[in-house]
Design a protein around this ligand. Structure first.
Ligand SMILES: N[C@@H](CCC(=O)N[C@@H](CS)C(=O)NCC(=O)O)C(=O)O
Length: 214
């Protein structure tokens, strides 16, 4: 059976797990923690990052590469729009989410879950306040504006753009922060809608159960 290396609190590992669930692909999750990976793991994933996909002697790191590959091996349902313009927008939204949404959503998770519950270190509340007041608003404004009245971000149906965009908001939620629905009503409704898909919902439940034991 193919193996996905990584832990599910990672927004990038979650992206791949959601794609696998949407496509109904069986796999094993090998829990590789992102900090201090072994030299053996670096042979598989040269940047030393999670996730990495391993199927027999086929190795592929990076969530974006893995999902693009899986869309070729298991094309139904495709997670990419078929027309060129929507395809381009979808992979742009994926890039924006992987870079910018992850940057502004994960510090709250890092402080309140990783530091407080796992590393047993003090939480930097000033850092959390600064991220929430200064860093998140322009990023959330952008996604709110891009959504306009769309149900999905690109191509009129669920795609990689929605997987990547909704994933970091799971980390925000684990960090106990809510998205202000009075300020970002479209984004809040969209995130709730995407998180309620069976693929996301099952993972969110699994992650919540794992963190409640910490
Ligand atoms: N572009 C990569 C990013 C993966 C990534 O940054 N993963 C983090 C965990 S959330 C990691 O492994 N960090 C360890 C490191 O940077 O050394 C992807 O999409 O898979």
């Amino acid at each position: 059976m193919p193996v996905l290396h990584g832990v599910n609190a990672s927004p990038f590992v979650r992206k791949v797990r959601v794609a696998l669930a949407e496509k109904g692909i069986d796999y094993e999750l090998n829990p590789v923690m992102p900090m201090g990976v072994s030299d053996e793991y670096k042979q598989k994933s040269p940047l030393g990052k999670i996730p990495c996909w391993e199927d027999g002697d086929y190795l592929l790191p990076d969530s974006s590469c893995i999902i693009a590959y899986l869309d070729k091996t298991h094309p139904n349902p495709s997670l990419y729009p078929s027309d060129a313009a929507s395809f381009g927008r979808a992979v742009w939204y994926e890039e924006y989410a992987d870079t910018k949404l992850v940057e502004v959503c994960t510090p709250v998770f890092f402080e309140r879950v990783v530091k407080a519950r796992i590393l047993k270190q003090p939480v930097d509340e000033e850092r959390i306040a600064s991220v929430r007041e200064n860093e998140q608003p322009p990023v959330f404004d952008y996604v709110e504006g891009q959504l306009a009245d769309r149900e999905y971000l690109a191509g009129g149906r669920f795609s990689i753009a929605d997987i990547a965009t909704a994933s970091p908001f799971v980390n925000l939620m684990h960090g106990g922060a809510t998205l202000d629905a009075s300020r970002w009503p479209k984004l809040a409704a969209y995130v709730e809608r995407i998180h309620s898909r069976p693929s996301f919902k099952a993972l969110i439940e699994e992650e919540k159960a794992a963190f409640s034991g910490q």
